[in-house]
Each structure stands twice: as C-alpha cells, then as structure tokens.
Ligand binder design. Structure first.
Ligand SMILES: Cc1cc2nc3c(=O)[nH]c(=O)nc-3n(C[C@H](O)[C@H](O)[C@H](O)COP(=O)(O)OP(=O)(O)OC[C@H]3O[C@@H](n4cnc5c(N)ncnc54)[C@H](O)[C@@H]3O)c2cc1C
Length: 276
C-alpha cells in the first residue's frame, strides 16, 4: 500500500512475547489471569486441552533467555521441556487504513499488544465500518477520509487506555515499571482524561467531547483508575462526592453476594466448553 507505519514504541514499550503451554487444571477456571512480572505481564488462558501462557515484555529491558527463565519460574516449569515460542511484535498502526483500492485489516492495519485482547474485535469492526462507509458512499471513496479518521481514533483510543495501565502502576522493583510510570509520552487525549479525573469532572462528557468512547466507556476508565487506587485529592472532594464514596464502599459486600448468587445460574466452565 506504500502507507507510512506509525510506531507506538514511545507509548508502549513491549515488543516481544513468549508463549508456552502447561497442563490444564481439571477444575477448569473460566477466566484469563494476567499477572505483572518484572518487565511486562503474563497471560494464562484456560483452553479445553491446555493453559495457554505467555509473557509479553520489552526487549529494551530484558533478553529473550532471561524472559523465558522468568516465565518458566513463574509457571513452576523451570525444568520442563515444554517448548517455548518466541515472537516479535510490531506495535503501531498504518497512517491510513483505506488507501486507493486497498483496505488494511488485521496485522496489515497495525498491532497493539494483546493486553485487552482487542485485535479480533477490531478486525470485525473495521469490516463492519468499511462496508457501511463504502455502501453509503454509493461504492465510491466519498467517505474514505471519515472512515480513516474513525479507524485512527479507535486505534489510538485503545492504545491510550492500555498506556494508562502502565502509567498508573505503583511498582518500584524494576526500571521497566518505573520508566513506564514516569513516561511523559502521553497523547493529548490521555492527558485530558487524567485532568478530567483529577478535576472530578464528567468522564462521560469528556469521552464524548474527545470522541474516544467507542471501546472504553466511563465505567472502564473509572474501574481502571479507582482499581489501582488513583483518586482525586481528598481536599477536592465535595461533601456529596465523599458521601458517594462511602456509599460505594459499603456496597461492596452486596456486590460480592450478588455475584456469588448469579454464578449459581451457570454451569461449570468445563461443561460449557465441551457441550458442543
Ligand atoms: C501473543 C499474542 C496474543 C494475542 N491474543 C489475542 C487475543 O486474546 N484476542 C485478540 O482479539 N487478539 C489477540 N492477538 C492478536 C490476533 O491474534 C492477531 O491480531 C490476528 O491473528 C491477526 O490476524 P491476521 O489475519 O492479520 O494475521 P495472521 O493471523 O498472522 O494471519 C496471516 C496469515 O497469512 C499467512 N501468510 C503470511 N505470509 C504469507 C504468504 N506470503 N503467502 C501466503 N500466506 C501467508 C500466515 O501463515 C497466516 O496464516 C494476539 C496476538 C499475539 C501475538
């Protein structure tokens, strides 16, 4: 396509991954677990026949061998001969998704590390949005620019939300985490969202104003920031904010009971996966 590639290396440091399988637990969990390690994070995904595990890390901070040893130690398989696959990730996006008579989809469009597992959904939404733009433009390139702008915004919206996970970390044990926290290469949109949060303004209105609410709603931003313990300064809270905060705290018992009750409606995960 001869379209420029815009790397995200300044925002997201991870550029490599190692994948290694382990034995599945007969009591199959239903969730993927993500765990921070010294220079990245590990996924653990339960499948019907194995756990898929992988370490996404930055090659600026560790070598592939060190990373593999760290991953194996974390999984308790240091001595095992399970084969590890090493991957490189080219993180960033093309300047335009639609150029002349070509539309880039999937890896040809760009890649963001699999932290929020967004790639396949993005493939789907690109096809969907392209079909609409092409059809509504009477099968011409009338809406090409709109479509490209939207794709770029969506791509960067996902990137910024992932960057925030790193920016918001409080670890001091490795240079990787310290550098991530101190990284000042934040997009204007992300800076604005942080200002809105610290200023106790309306997150929903900010997402609409910046036009970046397509993937992550106000609730996602709140869960992330509050979940890692980042809050506006206490002295900036109004009496009403403080009352809301206390009410939300006392709600947690209710939420736990509610979720435990809801789970009774579902079959064990293993049974659901093999039921076809
Ligand atoms: C470690 C990791 C974890 C991920 N986890 C998730 C996740 O949880 N959720 C999610 O949504 N996404 C995830 N992704 C991303 C997702 O898997 C990819 O973005 C997606 O598979 C890209 O699809 P693609 O069709 O563009 O490329 P690919 O899936 O790589 O397909 C390209 C195909 O083209 C073939 N090919 C290459 N060159 C040629 C050639 N010259 N001639 C013929 N064939 C060729 C290749 O063999 C391959 O089959 C993850 C990615 C990685 C690396």
């Amino acid at each position: 396509m001869k379209v420029r590639f815009l790397p995200f290396a300044e925002n997201l440091f991870n550029d490599s991954a190692i994948a290694v399988p382990t034995e599945i637990d007969p009591n199959l969990p239903s969730e993927t677990i993500s765990t921070a390690l010294s220079n990245g994070w590990v996924w653990k995904i339960p499948l019907t026949n194995r756990f898929g595990n992988g370490y996404v890390y930055s090659s600026q901070y560790t070598t592939p061998d060190e990373a593999e040893t760290e991953l194996r130690t974390h999984l308790g398989i240091l001595e095992s001969d399970a084969e590890a696959r090493h991957l490189k990730m080219k993180v960033g996006r093309t300047e335009q998704t639609w150029c002349n008579n070509c539309v880039a989809i999937g890896l040809s469009q760009g890649f963001i590390e699999p932290f929020e597992a967004t790639a396949l959904q993005f493939v789907y939404s690109t096809i969907d949005e392209f079909s609409t733009a092409f059809e509504e433009g009477d099968f011409t390139n009338q809406y090409q620019e709109d479509f490209n702008d939207r794709m770029n915004k969506n791509f960067e919206g996902i990137r910024d939300y992932i960057v925030l996970h790193y920016k918001a970390n409080s670890r001091i044990d490795t240079q990787y985490w310290i550098d991530n926290r101190e990284n000042q290469n934040l997009s204007d949109n992300l800076k604005e969202m942080l200002n809105v949060w610290y200023g106790i303004e309306d997150l929903e209105a900010a997402l609409t104003r910046l036009n970046i609410g397509q993937y992550y709603s106000q609730r996602s931003w709140t869960c992330l920031l509050a979940g890692v313990g980042i809050f506006p300064r206490q002295e900036n809270l109004s009496v009403a904010d403080e009352a809301n905060r206390l009410a939300a705290q006392s709600d947690l018992d209710y939420v736990d009971k509610f979720i435990a009750g809801c789970s009774l409606n579902f079959q064990p995960h293993a049974r659901v996966l093999v039921s076809d």
